[in-house]
Design a protein around this ligand. Structure first.
Ligand code: SAM
Length: 283
């Protein structure tokens, strides 16, 4: 492992959060840095090759073959680092091909890639939202997929009671804690066309409520959650709020300050005490 620089911030520790600045293709291969079976849950949204501006020298323009090579590395290393009852939530969108504008179902490609590495699909969750651009030559896109993969189809965490939602009826005779939220989820996008303006300087921030549901459903307090394309650090922030440890990997060093600000390690009164570390893995 080449650790050029390690910045440590120590507080009275209850959870631990590591932000690794580097290319996921190198970082995930380092079994000293992320040992076998050391991660309970992975949640992520990789670049889709749509030409988004992630800043710096990052090229978000690639063909499907290149994207599949990236997914191959991520899936094979995920298999190595996940615990035997671990889950992987992969958020991907249907994308228009750059030249023809044909719609490419990235989730279908991802499914077959993860199957090659022995994962089972437990649900394909449809993340539905409004207020995106309107298309003139096809139906406007209003969903992305979240593929829930498990390592072992007979052994995985599913805390249904932690994520129940109110019943869709006023019938007072129905008592209980609420119903299964189903596999169609509505969450407003953070970078929404008409509302929810915010000051998080990143082009594709996860809605916190959506990550909260996944974290509660598929992990327990004290578990370790990894986001290999962590961006602005939403997964790490939610992990901290819910008492889980986290690891984030991000290629662009410019997001380190943003992640650190969103985790608020220096503010133990809001989300609990934590140990926060930034590891520079770029050299
Ligand atoms: C879709 S965004 C994730 C945003 C995140 N869900 C959030 O809430 O902010 C993908 C992120 O992956 C980063 N990235 C792209 N290629 C990478 C690579 N090879 N290794 C690590 N990070 C990479 C980009 O800089 C970008 O911040």
């Amino acid at each position: 492992m080449t650790l050029q620089e390690t910045v440590k911030t120590e507080y009275s520790v209850s959870t631990t959060h590591k932000l690794i600045i580097g290319d996921v293709r190198r970082v995930l291969n380092d079994s000293d840095l992320i040992p076998n079976q050391s991660v309970d849950l992975i949640i992520t949204s990789p670049p889709y090759g749509l030409g988004k501006n992630y800043g710096g020298k990052i090229k978000d323009k690639f063909e499907i073959d290149e994207w599949l090579i990236l997914m191959d590395i991520v899936a094979s290393q995920a298999r190595r680092i996940l615990t035997s009852n671990g889950s992987f939530f992969l958020n991907v969108s249907p994308i228009p091909e750059r030249k023809t504008k044909e719609i490419i179902p990235l989730d279908s490609y991802a499914y077959f890639k993860f199957k090659e590495h022995g994962f089972y699909l437990r649900n394909k969750i449809i993340w539905h939202f409004h207020n995106m651009q309107n298309c003139m030559k096809r139906l406007s896109g209003r969903w992305e997929a979240i593929l829930w993969f498990v390592k072992d189809i007979n052994n995985y965490i599913f805390n249904l009671d932690a994520i129940r939602v109110p019943y869709l009826t006023n019938d007072k005779r129905i008592k209980g804690v609420g119903c299964n939220p189903t596999d169609v989820w509505y969450f407003d996008r953070v970078n929404n066309m008409t509302k929810n303006k915010h000051n998080i300087n990143h082009p594709c921030v996860f809605p916190e409520g959506m990550i909260e549901r996944i974290v509660k459903m598929s992990s327990n307090p004290g578990d370790t959650i990894l986001d290999p394309f962590v961006g602005s650090g939403t997964t790490m922030r939610v992990a901290k709020i819910l008492g889980r440890n986290s690891i984030g990997i991000e290629i662009n060093p410019k997001y380190a300050t943003l992640v650190s600000k969103r985790i608020e390690p220096e503010n133990p009164t809001i989300f609990g005490r934590c140990h926060f570390e930034i590891i520079n893995y770029t050299k």
